[in-house]
Design a protein around this ligand. Structure first.
Ligand code: ATP
Length: 430
């Protein structure tokens, strides 16, 4: 062991097609772990490591360094666990990438569109990781795939409670993931699709439509295709949402991770030309507890306002008058069919904009700032289908003065005045 920068180091010599898995302790006080590639070539979830560069991983990170040819690496610090595994599904994942790449080549030749891929499976099977891997491999061979994030609980693109799409132009950064510039984000408002499945399906369709429009005008995007990450809810309406997504995006390939029943159901219910493929999960994927997921959500919101690692943002805090904004919740509570007004269906109530009267209970709620033009009744129609331009958090409400204090990434005034309330709250501890 050679201590570097005061930290103990451990060297691992990895044989070809093996991976080093390690976890960094979670909690604020936990020590970071650094990784350095000494010889050979290695990659983290599809992104190649540079030699003699130290990569830092913070509390709670769960990482795998895979090598196709063999390599040696050093870990500095004390990971909670670190072990080498010879048993990985990486070859199958690489073959999947190769098959998708064939489809892209064919699309290029025949002037058609590239593969649209949906990744499904229960929670903690590594769906997000497989998406990252396939996207990074695609971009490494010169493609420009689109990442569609439908996981409203753990979004890799924006804050929780949203669905989004992102054009991928370079491989994920080893430490930070994909660079998130100009994503297209829609407000969903809660962390499970079940709270408003109609809205969830509607937003999935919105994303599909925008993606298709882009494909029409951008050949590279069309050939690159898309990789869609989904929620871990695979039963009942959750399953129906997957079928809806497959149809609205017209997916060509469905990758089912580690769930034979889901595989059989999708094979049965999707049109025969959709290729449904069952893939094993990696033994390295770590199950995450409820607390762990909640912490990750909180962290994502904190990052939005305060930045991440090297980049520090300084958010603004200012007062907003109630009279200057209109706050809505999407979806009225469901009422029995027999009580619905004549000619109205349950669908209408789930997509209805319900005005929210500002009060103390707004405190700590995350609000999406809708990009919909401020306007009268007529303009309200498009709000549900409009992307959001940012988020604010209510930090204090003064009902007497009729103002609320908000945390915002940009100085006042707000760019738009239509706000959508999320179930999600964020307590700013800074
Ligand atoms: P969710 O249920 O939230 O949708 P998921 O199925 O998308 O989860 P991931 O987020 O991809 O799962 O993976 C869960 C965790 O396991 C992540 O922290 C990821 O970094 C880690 N992980 C994935 N693959 C490996 C591996 N081979 N070795 C070590 N850790 C891994």
């Amino acid at each position: 062991d050679v201590p570097a920068a005061g930290k103990a180091s451990t060297r691992y010599d990895l044989e070809k097609e093996t991976e080093l898995r390690f976890e960094v302790e979670s909690g604020e006080a936990a020590e970071q772990v650094e990784l350095e590639l000494l010889t050979g070539m290695g990659e983290v979830f599809g992104s190649e490591l540079n030699r003699n560069k130290k990569y830092t991983f913070g509390p709670g990170s769960k990482i795998a360094v895979f090598t196709w040819q063999g390599c040696s690496v050093n870990l500095y610090g004390k990971p909670e666990v670190a072990y080498v595994s010879k048993d990985t599904p990486m070859l199958l994942y690489l073959n999947t990438h190769a098959a998708l790449e064939q489809m892209r080549k064919q699309a290029e030749r025949d002037n058609e569109r590239g593969p649209r891929v949906m990744v499904v499976g229960p929670t903690d099977v590594g769906k997000s990781t497989v998406c990252r891997l396939l996207l990074s491999y695609a971009v490494r061979v010169g493609r420009r795939p689109t990442f569609v994030e439908l996981d409203v609980g753990q979004s890799g693109v924006s804050v929780p409670g949203t669905v989004s799409a992102l054009c991928i132009e370079r491989p994920a950064d080893v430490e930070e993931g994909f660079s998130v510039q100009a994503p297209l984000v829609y407000h969903f408002g809660s962390t499970t699709p079940g709270t408003n499945i109609k809205l969830y399906n509607k937003l999935t369709s919105c994303l599909a439509e925008v993606f298709s429009q882009r494909c029409e005008v951008n050949r590279k995007a069309s050939v690159g295709g898309c990789i869609i990450n989904t929620c871990g809810w695979v039963k009942g309406s959750g399953y129906q949402a997957l079928v809806h997504c497959a149809s609205t995006f017209q997916v060509d390939v469905v990758l089912v991770l580690d769930h034979e029943r889901l595989y059989n159901e999708l094979k049965r219910d999707l049109p025969h030309f959709v290729r449904v493929v069952l893939l094993p999960k990696s033994g390295g994927v770590v199950e995450r507890s409820k607390e762990c997921r909640r912490d990750a959500r909180d962290e994502k919101i904190r990052e939005y306002f305060y930045g991440f690692r090297g980049v520090t943002y300084y958010p603004f805090s200012f007062e907003v008058r109630f009279s200057d904004v209109r706050i809505y919740k999407i979806g009225a509570p469901s009422i029995p069919d027999s009580c619905l007004p004549l000619g109205m269906s349950q669908d209408d109530t789930q997509l209805k904009l319900v005005p929210v009267t500002p009060g103390r209970d707004l405190t700590y709620h995350v609000l999406s700032v809708s990009s919909a033009e401020d306007g009268d009744e007529g303009a309200r129609k498009g709000i549900v289908e409009s992307p959001v331009c940012g988020f604010i958090v209510v930090t204090h409400v003064d009902t007497q003065a009729q103002v609320m204090k908000v945390l915002s990434p940009a100085p006042r005034p707000l760019p738009r005045h239509t706000l959508l309330i999320m179930d999600i709250r964020f307590m700013d501890m800074k």
